[in-house]
Design a protein around this ligand. Structure first.
Ligand SMILES: [Mg+2]
Length: 261
């Protein structure tokens, strides 16, 4: 049992391997989130999966008995949009799902076929050869490529499915071009941009996740408290052989207890 949440204002939570495994809540996770809320700690759910929209995530969490609203979801798509806004790029060719395009359009970014500032690649589970050809022809015309996140595979009960990293390889083999930026975890700005909006300092925030090289690297780079759970990908052996150790290592979120204030 580990207690460190006293004085914390926000807990950032990875989803797969931390809150649920293949859509089934990890024992104690729903209760952990409820206790966070009872203790006035805001929970924000982080995912690199840019194939789903915020609303789809809200429905997924609610169906697991987790109280969440749109504002509680932070996706790699948000980080990508934040980066595009800083760049003042408002016209993109979006190689992504309708859900991702919806988020772009809601943020004032037009999804067009031509005359675009860049090609944005997301986890396009609605990918067609036609969309892919359109993207590569734009890249051949020297239009820059941007990717929402680096994950090569998306975990599934049937083994890894091709994610953005795998599609990037295909584009690279076709055009010789690599993205000018890959947003999403482990990019610290994904967290820092949101904390700025929340007005909360990183030392009042904990990031809980199951991957050392994404969740924990991101926590370290952004200066928030790093909490590794062993309920997903990383094992104790991985921790022992890693170059640094997260602030806390617990079996699952169920092992995190709250100080009585
Ligand atoms: Mg995970």
């Amino acid at each position: 049992m580990v207690s460190f949440l006293q004085g914390m204002k926000i807990v950032l939570l990875d989803l797969d391997g931390t809150i649920h495994l293949g859509g089934i809540p990890i024992p104690g996770a729903v209760d952990f989130i409820r206790r966070c809320h009872e203790n006035k700690i805001k929970t924000i759910f982080l995912s690199n999966n840019s194939s789903k929209s915020v609303n789809e995530y809200v429905m997924k969490l609610n169906s697991m008995g987790i109280n969440a609203v749109a504002d509680d979801i932070l996706l790699s798509t948000h980080d990508c949009i934040q980066w595009l806004k800083i760049k003042k790029w408002t016209k993109v060719y979006c190689l992504g799902t309708e859900g991702m395009k919806e988020m772009m359009v809601e943020s004032g970014i037009e999804c067009l076929e031509d005359g675009v500032d860049c090609v944005v690649l997301g986890y396009d589970t609605e990918l067609t050869y036609e969309k892919l050809s359109k993207a590569t022809s734009l890249i051949h015309q020297k239009i820059p490529l941007v990717a929402t996140h680096p994950d090569i595979v998306c975990p599934s009960p049937d083994g890894g499915l091709p994610d953005v990293g795998a599609i990037l390889k295909m584009i690279e083999l076709t055009t010789g071009v690599q993205p000018i930026i890959i947003t999403g975890k482990p990019r610290a700005e994904m967290i820092l941009g949101r904390l700025k909006i929340e007005g909360v300092e990183p030392n009042k925030v904990a990031m809980i996740g199951d991957r050392l090289y994404t969740d924990m690297e991101m926590a370290k780079a952004s200066g928030v408290v790093s909490v590794l759970v062993l309920s997903g990908e990383a094992t104790q052996e991985d921790v022992d052989s890693y170059s640094w150790t997260p602030d806390f290592v617990v079996n699952s979120v169920n092992d995190i207890v709250f100080d009585s204030a």
